[in-house]
Structure formats: C-alpha cells, structure tokens
Design a protein around this ligand. Structure first.
Ligand code: NAP
Length: 332
C-alpha cells in the first residue's frame, strides 16, 4: 500500500470540496438574496420519515416539513437527543406533528425493529428522506460487520428503503407519487466503487470510503427508480446534493480544515437551514411530481458523475446489496 494511494482520495475529496465552496461563494456574490425562500403547498395529512433529523440538515428539513403540516417521524440513534429535538420543534412551531422513533442505521436488527414499530402505527408514508450519515470516521465496523461509511450511509438506508417500499407504494397515487429522497454529496464525483472491496478492507481511506458510500447511494437510487418505473409504481426516487454546509459532519476533518471552517464558515459554507432547502424541494415541490432519477443541487436538476449512469454497475451493486442485507433481488 503506497502513501500516494492513501493520499489520493483525500486530495480528490478536498479538491471537489474547494470547487463547491468557490461556486457557492460566487453564487452568493453574483446573486445577492440567494438562496430564495420558495413557497411550497401545505402537506396536511402527509407523513414523512427523516433519518438523522436530530441535527444539521436533517433537523431543518424536519422543522420545515412540520411547518408545512406534515407529520414527521425522526429516525435517529440517540433517544434523548431525539426527544429533545421533538420538544424543540413543537415549541417553535405550535401544532407541529413530530415524533421520534429509535433507529440505529449501524444495525440491521435496529432497522427491522424501527420498520416494525412504524408499521404498527398504521401510518401511510409519503416521503422518506435518507439523510443520516457519518463522515471520515476511523476504520470501524458496524454491528453487522460492514465498514462504517458503507454500513451506515449506504447499507442502512438500502435496507430501510426496501423494508418501507410496500408502504410507500401503497401511499403513492397517480397524481401524488410517494417520494424517496436520498442525500449524496459532491464527493461522489471523485469516488470509485470497488465492487470487489465494498468494505474498503484492502485499502482503508476514510475519504475514499465516504465518497464511495455517496456514489453507491446515487447508483442504487437510479436502479430503484428503474425498478419502480418498470412495475408502474407511484413512487419516485431522487438524489440531493446539499452543497458544503456548516454542520457537525466535519467533526473528523483534519485540524487545518477545521480551522478554515471555523474562520470562514459563515461566508463560504451554507447554513444548515440553507443546506436543507434542496431536500425540502425534492420532498414537496410540485415541479417534481412524478419525476425521478434526478440529481438535485441548489434546487435544480444537474448531472451526476458519468459512472452513476452505468446501468450494469447499478444492477451489480443492487444485487450485491440485496445479498448483503438478506432480501430477495426483485430485479425483473
Ligand atoms: N454538511 C455538508 O457539507 C454536506 C455535504 C454534502 C452532503 N451532506 C450530506 O447531508 C446529510 C446530512 O449531513 P449533515 O451535514 O446534516 O450532518 P450531521 O449534522 O453530522 O448530521 C448527521 C445526522 O446523521 C445521524 N446519524 C449518524 N449515524 C447514525 C446512525 N448510526 N443511525 C441513525 N442516525 C445516524 C446523526 O445522528 P447523531 O447525532 O445521533 O450521530 C445526525 O443526526 C448527510 O447524508 C451528508 O452526507 C452534507
């Protein structure tokens, strides 16, 4: 293992991050008043699940959706923080329908229990936002033996989405499709998907592993949309890239990057509230009714990495993921 093969993923990730930050700064300078606050239709009676809704982008997504009248379930792995978040949102938005349900995405058992508890409530499900993530964690394994980025960011959401698919299908209609929104990141542009080493066990780079998990999410979102369209389901799947946002996601970056973030974050980075805007757009915008397989950034459709459109790779990843979580591969 050469030093270069370890350093390269980090260089690529910081390079793409730098480009996004520069783009955000230019946009801010050239378009004062951006981002605009769009007005979305009320969502009374609709139900959403947001993973990792206790802080950062997820928290602001939950808060906004609840303000629109949606009943939002926060799926999170810290009971105390979850209940505190619920109380905070209810204090800020009277009549907000928000609840917390425990779900540790690092544990397949916990995901199954979460889905069981959710289904026992007999709610419909109109929006699922796969938001939670970890970034640049040291080499560690989840309860099920997956590398942590791959296990939490990708496999956890893969299993959760598949277990909730029937409920989403039953809740979507021709004129009001149910929506799956998956958060990826610009790092997917510089990622490599190693199908023969998805757990990064041959060469562990935290940057490479995070980026790979974010590319896997894009590939599998496109594959799922393909499968849903083929069977005529009223469910859409879109991918969101929130930009570079000032949140705790950066707690594991190197000290120099932390320093730069601390000094310039207010100018260069989006606030968590701004960061949530594309997730909210993907979840409720009438413009996206019936439209799936889009990569959304700054509330606009854009192109994801060329490799993410590789249908053979999408298929192979999907099949392997089904095998890893022990569900049938429903490919036609
Ligand atoms: N911030 C950015 O610049 C940026 C850029 C591109 C993409 N994104 C993406 O945007 C999404 C939100 O990121 P963020 O910046 O808001 O991050 P954040 O502030 O760190 O929030 C991450 C959320 O994920 C939850 N989480 C972590 N591990 C979990 C687990 N095992 N089970 C359930 N929940 C878990 C966290 O809960 P705990 O508090 O309990 O750990 C937290 O609520 C992520 O998918 C991220 O990859 C962010």
């Amino acid at each position: 293992m050469s030093l270069l093969s370890l350093a390269l993923p980090a260089i690529r990730v910081y390079w793409i991050g730098f480009r996004v930050v520069l783009h955000q700064l230019l946009r801010r300078l050239l378009r004062p008043g951006w981002p605009l606050k769009p007005v979305f239709p009320l969502q009374n009676g609709n139900v959403a699940i947001v993973t990792g809704g206790t802080r950062g982008i997820g928290y602001h997504t939950v808060k906004y959706l609840a303000r629109l009248g949606m009943h939002v379930i926060i799926a999170g792995n810290k009971e105390k923080e979850g209940q505190e978040t619920v109380m905070k949102i209810k204090e800020e938005a009277l009549n907000a329908k928000v609840e917390f349900l425990y779900c540790d995405l690092a544990s397949m058992k916990s995901i199954h229990q979460f889905v069981q508890a959710f289904k026992a409530k007999n709610y419909s499900l109109h929006v699922l936002i796969n938001n939670a993530a970890v970034m640049l964690v040291p080499e560690r394994k989840t309860e099920d033996g997956f590398e942590e980025h791959f296990g939490i960011n990708y496999m956890g959401h893969f299993l959760l989405t598949n277990l909730l698919l029937e409920t989403l299908k039953q809740s979507g209609t021709h004129s009001h499709n149910a929506r799956i929104v998956t958060l990826s990141s610009a790092t997917h542009y510089v990622a490599e998907l190693r199908l023969n080493d998805l757990q990064s066990s041959c060469l562990y780079s935290p940057h490479g592993a995070y980026a790979q998990s974010k590319l896997a999410l894009v590939l599998s979102a496109y594959r799922l949309q393909h499968l849903l369209t083929a069977e005529g389901s009223h469910v859409t799947v879109n991918v969101v890239d929130p930009g570079v946002v000032n949140t705790d996601l950066y707690q594991n970056v190197c000290w120099a990057a932390k320093m730069v973030k601390w000094m310039t974050g207010w100018l260069l980075l989006k606030s968590p509230e701004e960061g949530a805007s594309t997730s909210i757009y993907a979840a409720v915008s009438p413009e996206l009714e019936g439209i799936g397989a889009c990569y959304l950034c700054n509330e606009q459709r854009t192109k994801s990495a060329d490799v993410s459109y590789d249908e053979e790779l999408q298929k192979r990843l999907w099949t392997e993921s089904c095998r890893l979580v022990g569900i049938p591969d429903t490919a036609p």
